[in-house]
Write a protein of this length. Structure first.
Length: 382
């Protein structure tokens, strides 16, 4: 039933907007874009049910409507191979009023504005088929937040700008939300020990959260940002029968990002850290206080040519802790995106993952475990 509803929405939305475009009074105010992303994946990671697969990874529709110069409505629907609830389709759905570049106010659902990568994860905009783990795992911060959003940017001097973002609302607690067609994306760290974890079986709650971001841009070439995320969350434990039990907790994360663009050369880097811990009420129920710290970072170099876009990335994350055994995971990625025409993008990438496999959870025994991952992606957009 859920699949039927999702397919009806995907078919209905572009039809409605195409009809809107045909109206003379809105012809210049409605903008519709979209894309289809089909991938082929291979990995020799342990616990995979199959080591290669080909299939549809994403379908996206992005629509915007401006009934007035200062007012904009925007909706972004992205269907992935693992979408299990209709609400997940709506990555963005908001109304925004602009008082000027310095002050814009919106209400609805927004992409979390902390990491710039999270704002352009869409397949046509990224030369990589797999975004950095600190973004794809959705543990340091969620993909989207529903609520109120305030942002702006001001030019304080020639070639110097300051910008800000504030968001207050709720977010769905979905961590390590799988993507691709092998299910290993966003679960690179836990897969060697536990195999595929179906997030549909998890208890998805909506929690209150707030974000803050400030950034400076110099000569439109260098950007430095600082970010903060504070939220209610849930601590997961297991009973003697292996059933998951969820307890209230709190979470905060902080991050720094730096970006440099010199012609076609781009350098991006981010560092994130944070902590999740149980609340006093939960401590009383459990008879103990649970506190987990986590960290993640990446650095990448991209040659963003008009046709060829080669890149290399170094990636690290540690956000999983099982019986006090962490799963630090590093990845080295090289790739090439080829755009023979504007609407078509072909991506090739190879990733070597350096992880950890828990061999005995009770006795906290583990060993290093490395594996390979490769992807070919064909993105067609309009």
């Amino acid at each position: 039933m859920k699949t039927k509803v999702i397919l009806l929405i995907l078919l209905w939305v572009p039809a409605i907007w195409n009809n809107a475009i045909s109206q003379d009074e809105t012809e210049q105010k409605v903008h519709v874009t979209g894309y289809i992303n089909t991938v082929a994946e291979y990995s020799d990671c342990i616990n995979l049910k199959k080591d290669w697969a080909v299939g549809l990874s994403e379908v996206g529709f992005l629509t915007s409507y401006k009934p007035a110069d200062k007012l904009e409505f925007k909706t972004t629907l992205v269907y992935t191979h693992y979408t299990f609830h209709v609400s997940q389709l709506f990555v963005e759905a908001y109304a925004q009023y602009s008082f000027g570049d310095e002050f814009k106010f919106g209400a609805g659902r927004f992409l979390t504005p902390l990491s710039p990568v999270n704002l352009y994860f869409y397949a046509p905009l990224n030369p990589s088929g797999v975004v950095p783990m600190l973004v794809s795992h959705h543990f340091l911060f969620p993909q989207s937040i529903s609520g109120l959003h305030l942002h702006g940017v001001a030019g304080l001097a020639e070639g110097f700008k300051l910008g800000y973002n504030f968001t207050l609302g709720t977010y769905p607690y979905i961590n390590h939300f799988e993507s691709g067609v092998l299910s290993i994306q966003a679960q690179e760290d836990s897969y060697p020990s536990f195999g595929y974890y179906d997030t549909e079986n998890d208890k998805i709650n909506k929690y209150l959260c707030g974000t803050a971001r400030a950034y400076a841009t110099i000569s439109d070439a260098f950007t430095l940002g600082v970010n903060y995320f504070k939220a209610d969350a849930q601590q997961v434990t297991q009973d003697s029968l292996g059933r998951f039990i969820y307890y209230p907790s709190t979470k905060y994360t902080y991050g720094f990002d730096a970006h440099l663009q010199l012609g076609d050369l781009k350098l991006n880097a981010e560092y994130w850290g944070g902590k999740q811990q149980t609340t006093p009420k939960t401590d009383a129920l459990l008879g103990q206080h649970i506190e987990n710290k986590y960290t993640a970072y990446y650095g990448e170099v991209i040659w963003d040519g008009e046709v060829y876009k080669p890149f290399v990335r170094y990636d690290f994350i540690e956000d999983v802790n099982v019986n006090k055994v962490g799963l630090p995971t590093t990845a080295m990625t090289v790739g090439l995106a080829f755009r023979p025409r504007f609407e078509t993008l072909i991506k090739l990438e190879y990733k070597r993952v350096f992880g950890r496999q828990i061999t005995d959870i009770a006795n906290r025994l583990w060993n290093d475990y490395d594996y390979n991952y490769a992807q070919m992606s064909l993105v067609v957009s309009f």
